[in-house]
Ligand binder design. Sequence first.
Ligand code: CP3
Length: 380
Amino acid sequence: VILSPQHPLSAGLTSDSRLVRAYRGERSDATPVWFMRQAGRSLPEYRDLRVGTRMLDACLDPAMASEITLQPVRRHRVDAGIFFSDIVVPLKLVGVDVEIQPGRGPVFSRGYADAAGVAELTAIDPARLDEASGPISEAVTLTVAELNTTDHGAGTATPLIGFAGAPFTLAAYLAEGGPSKDHLAARTLMHADPGAWRALMDWTAELTGRFLRTQVLAGASAAQLFDSWAGALSLTDYETHVAPASAAALAHVHDLAYETTDASGAAAPARSVPVVHFGVGTGELLGAMHAIGVDTVGVDYRIPLDVAARRVGEGVPLQGNLDPALLAAPWPVLEAAVREVLRRGEVAPAHVFNLGHGVPPETDPTVLTRVVELVHEASA
Ligand code: CP3
């Protein structure tokens, strides 16, 4: 499927941005940088806007979601916006009873840890999401309209990254009925009732894949699959019980492509939309996470980028991986750490600077702006 000519990748607005070039393995004038959780509680303008609105209501208000997505791009001049939403939004949109509790995370009215629970979920047709995702498409459209006019000195528009939760990370919340430390309910179901587990994974894969596809069709220039809690799994369990579902989710965007031209302006082969895969504590899984068919692997802060590069194999662009704890350290300490991440990232064909996980809510936002400036200067 070829994206519409108005899509920022097809229109040539973001196809040669620092971010998209890095995701296809090319270096450009400077290393691109964005931060997981850049939109959110570290910004006073976010906290002001959110007063009186619940998290999932904010996600489903297109003007608000778009404004929150744009706030960090304006303030920090990062090389990408990440769509303001949540991994449980597609569940909410098809009618699953979920809310996001401040300081806690997604909480369901019940757990779905056995065959009967899974059967209740799978009775919902994931295709229903397409009829319900108007607020998502609308928010992306509004966001991209502004990003298309936002050039922070890179010579291109700023791309939007769309995202979705991977089936395992969603199942970790669903099985438990809320956040947990070890994701025990999901890991038990996987072994206690492999058939029910498989059904749950197939269903979440289709739902979350459709959520991701909606964002790309509406204008996102890249897609990130968050398997945040995959690090709780052994390599064998990941490969057997999880990786096929993550691949199935990504199949919903892998067929999306944009047309390109060569230097003479003649039509060149279509390129697919770049896909990134990230999880926390996934040092042992990096090769397998790459193998499901992604362009770029996101690395958490526990493993240096040059070590990660050896594990994913040659030629794979990497994203990461400053320890978020360093954001609260004295500037000379933070500066040295940023430079170290850049240095280790040089072994990969291309590097997208990011944190090893999300921005802590108490982060001083002026520090993030300074890190963006440093990454651009030091890598130029
Ligand atoms: O800036 C961005 O990164 C974009 C927005 C974004 C949010 N959630 C907004 C959000 C993204 C990409 C996510 C993904 C997400 N949601 C993940 C995967 C990424 C990761 O962090 O590992 C996960 C595991 C979730 C589930 C979830 N939602 C958690 C764990 C929490 C935090 C709970 C808390 O309050 O500490 C949420 C809520 C959430 N999602 C907030 C934001 C800005 C905080 C809501 C608030 O302002 O109260």
